[in-house]
Design a binder for this molecule. Structure first.
Ligand code: ADP
Length: 483
């Protein structure tokens, strides 16, 4: 969780935030610099051009006559052109309609052909200009009319824009300094703000680490931001849940050991007793052996139930779902239990309100129903009754198991589905049991996305209602209510 410098830093939120702040600070700054320089350059070049074009147009007007280019022979023309070029520190060329240079204030290109877009466009009566940014030179071409609408030649003016170039560099340098300062401010701001922002998260990380290491019992709630508060609260809930789970696991292990030890202790006492008896009669041996066998059977039952529970916890996804006729299934379970009911002198009746078919795991649900009905018989009174009713609506089926037994005290009802929980151990011991049957039943009903409700009155009887959806859905989490 801690953000170590080095490789991890580049993957941290902090690094991304720093980068973001720098981008937000610098990109608009750079664009602004470019924009300012461009607009200064444009307006300066425009001023230069307006000035050159104004005077140049007058000159072209003076040169343009019916006898152009012969009119260029006049002596004063050279001087005027030289003066015009000299004032701008530039160069003036005059070309005729065959693109031959007739005049050049630098006297370099006279007689050469001048084919440039600007000159060509001039003969299309389009005077144009172009700023050569690389060399810092403004090029301007103006048409010379021989007569109205007939272009006889063109004046090409090149004016160096040194001032503009120098000032542009100067502005660029100044803007760079501003950007550099901005960069420093952004860096300081980015590091400081992300450091402060990250601090509660780092504290939270340290606290979680401390809980994980075991050096701290409870996670501190980090209240600085709503996010950190929420995360720390969720983590605390998780830690509490894990602690509860650990506690229940420990409790379970101690319960298992205890429950497994009880029959063993009985066996040990029984076998020691018979060993101490010298020349014990055969009937006594038989009686002791039958007690031993009962204890072994009890131990066996506990182990089998435990294995069923563990299997169900581990393979909660291994449901073998099929369409099953519930009426017949309940009938089959009750048939197995009728001998026990008869031996306990309990009247077992079954009422099937309507035919029901549902998507269930038959083996598992049979076991759950078996446990519930067996309890209703076991914890009943002599000549009591157990009534099983099957009903359904369009979404669920309901199985109600009512008995006239001893009932369950109200404070015990929420616990009877816990592993190894037996109401009033001394009384329960009269009836053989492991305290695991209802835990298994609850797991099975939960796996079917069903619910189970218990209504009981001490001394009067118990009614347990199981509700199971007719259609099994894998994704839906089953809510579970117990009373
Ligand atoms: P056991 O193996 O002890 O029957 P269960 O998990 O099936 O374990 O039941 C837990 C406890 O709930 C029982 O020990 C019993 O005290 C109580 N109990 C369950 N069903 C009934 C019932 N129908 N009437 C009265 N008590 C019941």
């Amino acid at each position: 969780m801690q953000c170590l410098p080095g490789r991890n830093f580049f993957r941290s939120v902090r690094f991304r935030m720093i980068l973001l702040i720098l981008i937000i600070g610098l990109v608009p700054g750079t664009i602004l610099k470019h924009f300012i320089i461009k607009s200064y350059q444009n307006s300066s070049v425009e001023t230069l051009e307006v000035d050159a074009r104004g005077e140049g147009s007058i000159l072209c007007g003076a040169l343009g006559s019916a006898d152009f280019p012969e009119s260029l022979a006049e002596e004063t023309i050279d001087q005027v052109l030289l003066q015009y070029a000299g004032e701008r520190n530039g160069r003036v060329l005059i070309v005729d309609d065959e693109f031959v240079v007739l005049k050049d204030t630098l006297k370099k290109d006279i007689g050469k052909t001048m084919l440039s877009d600007l000159v060509i466009n001039c003969f299309e009566k389009e005077d144009g200009s172009y700023f050569d940014e690389k060399h810092g030179v403004l090029q301007l071409a103006l048409p010379i009319y021989r007569e109205k609408d007939v272009v006889g030649g063109a004046m090409l003016v090149s004016i160096p824009a040194d001032r503009v170039t120098i000032n542009t560099h100067k502005i660029s340098r100044e803007m760079d300094i501003v950007l550099l300062v901005l960069l420093f401010v952004c860096i300081i701001y980015a590091f400081l703000s992300t450091y402060l922002m990250n601090r509660p998260f780092r504290r939270l990380g340290r606290s979680i680490q401390a809980v994980a290491d075991g050096s701290q019992d409870e996670l501190k709630i980090e209240e600085t931001f709503s996010e950190t508060e929420q995360i720390s609260q969720s983590c605390r809930q998780m830690v509490d849940r894990l602690n509860a789970l650990d506690e229940s696991r420990q409790q379970f292990v101690s319960n298992v050991s205890h429950e497994l030890k009880t029959p063993l202790t009985s066996m040990k006492v029984l076998s020691d007793a018979i060993l101490l008896q010298e020349h014990a009669p055969e009937e006594m041996y038989r009686e002791f052996m039958s007690d031993l066998s009962e204890e072994i059977e009890r131990e066996n039952k506990i182990i089998n139930n435990l294995l069923t529970l563990v299997k169900m916890d581990k393979n909660s996804s291994s449901m073998e779902i099929s369409q099953v006729g519930i009426n017949d299934m309940v009938e089959r379970v009750l048939k197995l239990l009728r001998p026990i009911a008869a031996s306990c002198k309990v009247d077992l009746t079954y009422e099937s309100v309507r035919p029901v078919t549902a998507e269930i795991d038959e083996t598992k649900l049979s076991l759950a129903i078996m446990n519930l009905v067996e309890n209703a018989i076991k914890y009943n009174r002599k000549h009591g009754w157990v009534n099983v009713v099957l009903n359904a609506d369009h979404q669920n089926f309901f199985l109600e198991i009512a008995d006239s037994g001893r009932g369950i005290p109200e404070e015990d009802i929420p616990h009877i589905f816990e592993r190894f929980y037996r109401v009033d151990k001394s009384r329960s011991d009269e009836v053989k049991g492991t305290g695991l049957g209802l835990a298994i039943t609850r797991s099975i009903i939960k796996m079917h996305r069903g619910t189970v409700q218990v209504f009981s009155k001490e001394g009067e009887g118990t009614t347990i209602t199981v509700k199971i959806p007719l259609i099994y859905s894998i994704s839906e989490a089953g809510d579970h209510h117990e009373k």
